[in-house]
Design a protein around this ligand. Structure first.
Ligand SMILES: [Ca+2]
Ligand SMILES: [Ca+2]
Ligand SMILES: [Ca+2]
Ligand SMILES: [Ca+2]
Length: 359
């Protein structure tokens, strides 16, 4: 009889531990949720999370992203009208001079290169669509994509606002602005214009050392004659003319800092852009899933994803101010764990009482 009781107690304890372990795992998985804090503070978009609201906002951190050794941390704020994101990730090379032009005192050359980037893919519930480049026509669901590019968009203070649908990846509609190749060859209207600007070399390719920048860093057209600038030009000229677009493509703004070890980027977008054809709407108390990818001076397949080849589905939740959990209460993520522990406690109590009554 004593043995049976002992087995019963051991069984109950084992059951309890199993439930507890499961509850802890569920709680651990919830660390994929980025919870926004409500703020009424003015957020200055400058890449510096110096505002007090950032200090108290909850961070979502992914370590060793895709085996790269890179950690990325996100924070989110909302003022009821705009969503602000702060992203910081390790990168000791500031790569934001993609295809820029350098003058060494005697000659011009193109520095080539690519650029650092971070990409958010919102409203996604199918990982294959992010990792593949052809989602296929069967899936017509919309995926809102933000593609911050250290050279082509960050220099102009904006983020490339895109979307995926069943036919692939597209840029949101714009009425003006964007980025353009800063290349005489790319921008000249015809071969004779290239020859006049660069000399008798109309066969040169874009961004080769024989090519030249079309605009200066203020966006003014440079006057070239035989490859020599007739108007004053800085010794370094950006590889792209970049101006924040008007229209849906320019809905996301960002400013950034590279401190030598890492990027720090502050993003700002209206919770509802009114461009529902190519953007998601961020609604309070309605979590939205997303994926995150980083790029170190590369593009296309060179990116590394949070979760690797089976990307982790992250989630952003923007609690409404009226439902925001007071800071003194247990975090919402832990409530399930506590409920599990309480349930286990009740089961143990009932079993002990039953066993004692049978004695
Ligand atoms: Ca700031
Ligand atoms: Ca880099
Ligand atoms: Ca848009
Ligand atoms: Ca979009």
């Amino acid at each position: 009889m004593k043995t049976r009781k002992l087995y019963s107690i051991l069984f109950v304890l084992g059951f309890c531990l199993t439930v507890l372990f499961a509850a802890q795992n569920i709680a651990a998985q919830s660390t994929t949720t980025l919870t926004a804090s409500y703020t009424t503070d003015t957020i200055t978009l400058d890449g510096d999370a110096a505002e007090a609201a950032w200090a108290t906002a909850e961070a979502l951190t992914a370590t060793d992203v895709d085996g790269s050794g890179v950690d990325v941390s996100l924070k989110a704020l909302s003022d009821g009208t705009y969503l602000y994101l702060y992203a910081t990730w390790d990168d000791d090379t500031k790569s934001n001079t993609r295809k820029g032009w350098s003058y060494n005192g005697t000659s011009w050359s193109n520095v080539g290169g690519n650029e650092d980037r971070i990409a958010f893919s919102w409203g996604v519930d199918d990982a294959s669509i992010v990792c593949g480049h052809d989602p296929g026509t069967a899936d017509t669901k919309l995926f809102d994509v933000w593609h911050w590019k250290a050279s082509r968009t960050a220099v102009g203070g904006w983020v490339d606002d895109k979307y995926w649908d069943g036919s692939g990846r597209h840029s949101d509609a714009k009425t003006a602005g964007g980025y353009s190749d800063n290349s005489v060859v790319a921008q000249a209207e015809n071969a004779s214009a290239i020859t006049t600007a660069l000399g008798n070399v109309s066969a040169v390719s874009s961004f080769s050392d024989d090519d030249r920048p079309y605009w200066d860093n203020e966006g003014a057209v440079i006057s070239w004659s035989g490859g020599v600038n007739a108007t004053s030009v800085s010794d370094f000229v950006n590889g792209y003319k970049t101006v924040a677009p008007t229209g849906s493509r320019g809905d996301v703004l960002a400013e950034s800092i590279h401190d030598g070890d890492a990027w720090h980027v502050e993003f700002k977008r209206a919770l509802d852009t009114s461009n529902s054809d190519d953007d998601v709407v961020f609604e309070e108390d309605t979590p939205i899933s997303f994926y995150l990818a980083l790029f170190d001076n590369t593009g296309d397949d060179g990116h590394f994803k949070v979760g690797g080849n089976t990307p982790t589905t992250l989630s952003l939740n923007i609690p409404s101010p009226t439902t925001t959990t007071p800071t003194t209460a247990p975090p919402a993520d832990n409530l399930l764990l506590y409920a599990g522990i309480a349930a286990v406690g009740i089961v143990v109590l009932v079993v002990v009482i039953v066993l004692m009554k049978r004695r």
